[in-house]
Design a protein around this ligand. Structure first.
Ligand SMILES: [Zn+2]
Length: 74
């Protein structure tokens, strides 16, 4: 067995923090409360961005419909 394979066998089972990538015990998602708060803030920001995209899309669709169906009288 090579030295590289031997080294990997000695690392205990673990997972990584979703935010900073630090090694943490299996079953946990974040390494600290700071990373948990960062994740919550990122989720909020992502939801707000998605809402802005949705509203912009709806406004563009309404404009398109108005210009398609409402034509000036000839
Ligand atoms: Zn972390």
């Amino acid at each position: 067995m090579s030295e590289k394979q031997n080294r990997f066998r000695t690392i205990p089972p673990h997972t990584h923090c979703k935010i900073c990538g630090a090694a943490i015990p299996i079953g946990k998602t974040f390494c600290s409360n700071v990373c948990m708060q960062k994740s919550v803030e990122m989720d909020k920001r992502m939801k707000r961005t998605q809402l802005i995209y949705l509203i912009t899309f709806i406004i563009l669709m309404l404009f398109t419909l108005v210009f398609f169906f409402v034509r000036p009288p000839q």
